[in-house]
Design a protein around this ligand. Structure first.
Ligand SMILES: *Cc1c(COP(=O)(O)O)cnc(C)c1O
Length: 356
């Protein structure tokens, strides 16, 4: 499918923010990509228009029954001035898996990636040049039909907005503490945990507040049935290095299939470092911290890329990992992925896509 995109340029461009003070998701660019769906016409009216508030009927189904899916990826400026996306095809595939689960219309992969390339090209001046900074890309889809019957909506809006973001870590990778949550759960098998949907986030806010009160940056989620097996860390996938072997929870239906997770597994295989996907009991991890065989722990996700875990807060006490320092493999993975993303290291796996 080749899509024609109408482009309406903004007459009043915003001043660009200071690249040293971007933070995450605070600034938005001058334009956005929009496309509508209804059951008669399918996807239509692809357009890039000035960034502005959207208007919906108060009965729009997204406000009532939560049909909302999003994605997250980044565009990077290389030293020679090109703009690269990191594995956008993976986001397109996951977007469609989420759509399928939530009874929302899929968008073919090429159209999804082309929409992103087109809006990033229009906003090329917004891609930060500063090392570690990038342009965060947030595609999303919501149900727009005004109706209160409980059933899938007949109309949808797909949008892509962009936000210049700073290096997640002001100065270097700082390990964070994680609170093991043994009461609330994020998702259950058969639910929507493996879809990237808004509903999974609202369910997690309460535990996030409790973790913050315990001086922890994130929640470690356990399985919804036995509260025994590790699922994810906040909105990141999680890895442990125990006795030289890397282990991460196997995708079981309630865990989100992260692009960064896939990339870490692939790199470890390339490097000849054993990596297994398995069921991991929290008690085994805490025992490994205690007997010193747990060498490193880290979370993976687009926003932070790799986030070192410095301690696990469980049963009222803090279990410190690797003396609270960042591990060797953790920083090697961070350097490799961010290096490929920014075009500084050779992309031998063909992960980056030029926006030009
Ligand atoms: C987005 C997300 C991740 C990380 O996925 P990436 O594709 O690596 O950014 C992990 N867990 C949850 C719950 C997420 O929503």
């Amino acid at each position: 499918m080749t899509m024609s995109i109408r482009i309406e340029k903004s007459g009043a461009l915003k001043p660009k923010p200071d690249e040293d003070k971007l933070g995450f998701g605070s600034y938005f660019t001058d334009h956005m990509f929009l496309m509508n769906y209804d059951t008669d016409k399918g996807w239509h009216d692809a357009r890039i228009v000035p960034y502005a508030p959207l208007q919906f009927d108060p009965a729009a189904m997204v406000f009532h029954y939560g049909q909302a899916i999003f994605e997250g990826l980044k565009a990077f400026r290389t030293n020679d001035g090109r703009i690269l996306l990191f594995r956008p095809d993976k986001n397109a595939q996951r977007f469609n898996r989420s759509c399928e689960r939530l009874c929302m219309p899929e968008i073919d992969e090429e159209t999804f990636v082309e929409a992103i390339r087109a809006i990033v090209r229009v906003e090329a001046d917004w891609v930060p040049a500063k090392a570690g900074a990038s342009l965060y890309i947030r595609p999303f889809i919501i149900a727009t039909e005004p109706a209160l019957g409980v059933r899938p909506s007949k109309s949808y809006l797909f949008a892509v907005i962009l936000s210049p973001v700073g290096n997640y870590y002001g100065e270097g990778l700082k390990p964070v503490n994680i609170r093991v949550e043994s009461d609330f759960v994020r998702a259950v098998r058969g639910g929507i945990g493996n879809a990237k949907t808004a509903a999974n986030y609202v369910g997690g806010l309460k535990a996030q507040e409790i973790a913050a009160a315990d001086n922890c940056a994130q929640v470690l989620w356990l399985d919804g049935v036995e509260r025994k097996y590790i699922e994810e860390v906040g909105s990141m996938n999680v890895f442990f290095k125990i006795n030289g072997k890397v282990i991460t929870p196997a995708l079981n239906g309630s865990i989100l299939d992260g692009v960064t997770r896939q990339s870490v597994i692939r790199l470890l295989e390339e490097w000849g470092i054993p990596v297994v996907e398995a069921k991991i009991a929290i008690d085994d991890v805490l025992a490994a911290v205690k007997d010193g065989t747990l060498e490193e722990a880290f979370g993976t996700g687009t926003a932070a890329v790799i986030s070192a875990v410095g301690g696990l807060h469980a049963n009222g006490s803090m279990h410190v990992i690797n003396r609270g320092e960042i591990g060797e493999l953790t920083s090697r993975l961070y350097d490799a992925i961010t290096g490929i993303q920014a075009g500084k290291l050779e992309d031998s796996l063909g992960w980056t896509v030029d926006c030009g």
